[in-house]
Design a binder for this molecule. Structure first.
Ligand SMILES: [Zn+2]
Length: 154
């Protein structure tokens, strides 16, 4: 494992089956490396530990090749962020409750446009990630997506 690589750890939740925890390698040593998990927990993993694998998520693998994700800079509830390809703005995913965002229990995942401060809540992490790709829920980003000129740049 190398610094910035995104890894996953699969564990059995029992009733809900297998669950995947994602993390990012923050430090890489000879015998161990340090992973910061999406839960916010950080731990040192032995290189001999085969339960922690490189993520199989193609999109995340591509993310790992980009500059250090904002995500793991210690914002409360922060899970990940990426620069949107269309709008060039930073779109983040948060655990709304941990981030202190007002949320209802049925929609615990928040996408945030860091450039414009827009927030949208989702029922599942996958739905949130899907909407991270096209941030039309941010009214300012929506203008860029729909081809209207950005007022700020004129
Ligand atoms: Zn925006």
């Amino acid at each position: 494992m190398k610094v910035r690589q995104i890894v996953q750890y699969q564990y059995d939740t029992g009733a809900r089956g297998l669950s995947t925890l994602l993390g990012i390698v923050e430090k890489a040593g000879e015998k161990t490396y340090t992973v910061r998990w999406e839960s916010g927990i950080r731990n040192r993993v032995q290189r001999t530990n085969t339960l922690v694998k490189l993520t199989t998520d193609k999109e995340l693998l591509q993310e790992a090749a980009k500059p250090f994700p904002e995500a793991f800079r210690g914002r409360a509830g922060f899970i990940e962020s990426r620069i949107n390809r269309i709008t060039k703005t930073e779109i983040s995913l948060y655990d709304a409750d941990k981030a202190g965002l007002e949320s209802d229990p049925e929609n615990p995942w928040a996408t945030v446009c860091e450039a414009h401060g827009s927030i949208m809540m989702f029922a599942s992490k996958s739905a949130a990630r899907y909407h991270m790709a096209v941030p039309e829920w941010c009214s300012t980003c929506a203008k860029t997506i729909n081809g209207e000129p950005d007022e700020d740049e004129s």
